[in-house]
Design a protein. Structure first.
Length: 304
């Protein structure tokens, strides 16, 4: 049984259609990413899954229940954007307060340490930097030892090192069996962390696949191999391969453009003629390229 099931979700704010038609299912133990440009409807979607907003249409079940079922409060941890806490509570007080809400809370000291907040326990929330507030909000999403954690833009505002540390923490959380639903507009984050990704654009799912599957699904003839053959070769040797669409020569270097398992095809045929590809480079389509193909813009751009 899927852990989260969203079917034909729609939600508008007045005239603005935030979510037009979104469907996806999240299986137990996976990290499922929602990726899309600003304003695509990602936050609205996860807020509906978290029971914080009522959908206008469609159906959502979380662990077989309606998102607003009070029984879910102890099973689902939520980190949302711009979590606002009392300025005059210390980090320690916030963590103690939140652990008290749960029957089997996580070890909050360990969590604070893992998130680089171990030194900040006596600091007021109001005195934390943006990145520290962000990390505290992640701690609060995980403090109840939830079965599902919903994280929205979890590493926005963090420096590269803190971002990597957070990814490591999230992978560790998944390894303990927690299912994660995360919203991101960072391609690298989606690629590193997610088992599957739903790309949302203008309130609709435009693709749903593994990171590698998304790249494959949208990659056409855009793998390029460059090398210098150790001995002269005829064009025909390469152009006769079904994977090769064209070759270009630049002095003693050859550029081969093609699809499928291009690298294997090219290196095999060279090997069979006793030729070595020197200074071999492969350029492949990335998730960035896939995203641009699917949505017509980069994740940082706004659709409107
Ligand atoms: P994303 O998370 O992908 O950036 P959102 O779900 O936040 O997208 O927003 C989708 C659309 O709905 C945007 O056009 C946004 O301006 C609008 N929107 C979001 N929240 C509200 C709100 N509370 N009231 C009015 N419009 C909103």
């Amino acid at each position: 049984m899927p852990v989260i099931e969203v079917r034909n979700l729609s939600k508008r704010y007045g005239e603005t259609v935030a979510v037009r038609d979104v469907s996806f299912t999240v299986e137990a133990g996976e990290i499922f990413g929602i990726l899309g440009p600003n304003g695509a409807g990602k936050t609205t979607t996860v807020e509906c899954v978290a029971g914080l907003r009522s959908p206008d249409g469609g159906e959502i079940t979380v662990l077989g229940r309606s998102p607003r079922d009070p029984a879910l409060r102890k099973l689902v941890g939520v980190q949302l954007q711009e979590s606002e806490l009392q300025e005059k509570l210390t980090v320690r007080e916030v963590l103690e307060l939140y652990s008290a809400f749960y029957p089997q809370p996580a070890d909050w000291r360990g969590l604070a340490g893992d998130l680089g907040l171990g030194e900040k326990l006596n600091t007021y929330f109001g005195k934390l930097s943006g990145g520290q507030k962000q990390r505290l909000s992640i701690a609060l999403a995980l403090i109840g030892n939830p079965q599902i954690a919903i994280l929205d833009e979890l590493t926005t505002g963090l420096d590269p090192q803190a971002r990597r540390d957070t990814w490591e923490l999230i992978s560790g959380v998944r390894d303990r069996g927690v299912t994660l639903l995360l919203v991101t507009h960072f391609m690298e984050e989606a690629e590193r962390l997610c088992d599957r990704i739903a790309v949302i654009d203008r309130g609709e799912v435009v693709a749903l696949n593994t990171p590698a599957g998304l790249v494959e699904q949208t990659a056409t003839a855009d793998q390029t191999i460059r090398f210098r053959p150790s001995a002269p070769i005829e064009d025909e040797l390469l152009t006769s391969l079904p994977e090769v669409s064209r070759i270009n020569r630049h002095g003693d270097r050859i550029e081969v453009v093609g699809t499928g398992n291009l690298l294997h095809a090219v290196t095999s045929v060279l090997a069979s003629h006793g030729i070595v590809a020197v200074e071999l480079r492969l350029e492949q389509a990335t998730l960035d390229d896939a995203f641009v193909r699917l949505t017509g813009r980069t994740a940082e751009e706004s659709p409107r």
